[in-house]
Design a protein around this ligand. Structure first.
Ligand code: ZN
Length: 101
């Protein structure tokens, strides 16, 4: 992804059509929510411009419909429910992670 694509993604936060929440993936496999990406946008751009990775080099993005596992942001540690899960189901999942549904 280039900086223009990243900027568009974090500005939207939700993909259209579908309304799915957008998450960014760094080249070291980290996940970033759009909130953090907006806050740390300067670092993201810096990594891109300098072609290096200080942990903010965004490689791609995915949507919350691409997974059925809860999504953790590696920066703020917030947990997001994938689109197939309600917040109650997410809560349930976190409280009983070993139960297969
Ligand atoms: Zn975050």
């Amino acid at each position: 992804m280039n900086t223009k694509q990243i900027k568009e993604a974090i500005r939207q936060e939700f993909a259209w059509p579908g309304g799915y929440r957008i998450f960014l993936v760094t080249d070291d496999g980290g996940t970033l929510c759009c909130d953090c990406a907006r806050k740390e946008y300067r670092q993201i751009v810096w990594d891109k411009l300098n072609r290096c990775s200080t942990g903010w080099n965004i490689e791609g993005m995915f949507l919350d419909c691409d997974t059925d596992e809860p999504i953790y942001c590696d920066h703020c540690n917030k947990i997001f429910a994938p689109s197939c899960m309600t917040d109650e189901e997410l809560q349930d999942y976190l409280e009983h992670p070993e139960v297969e549904k």
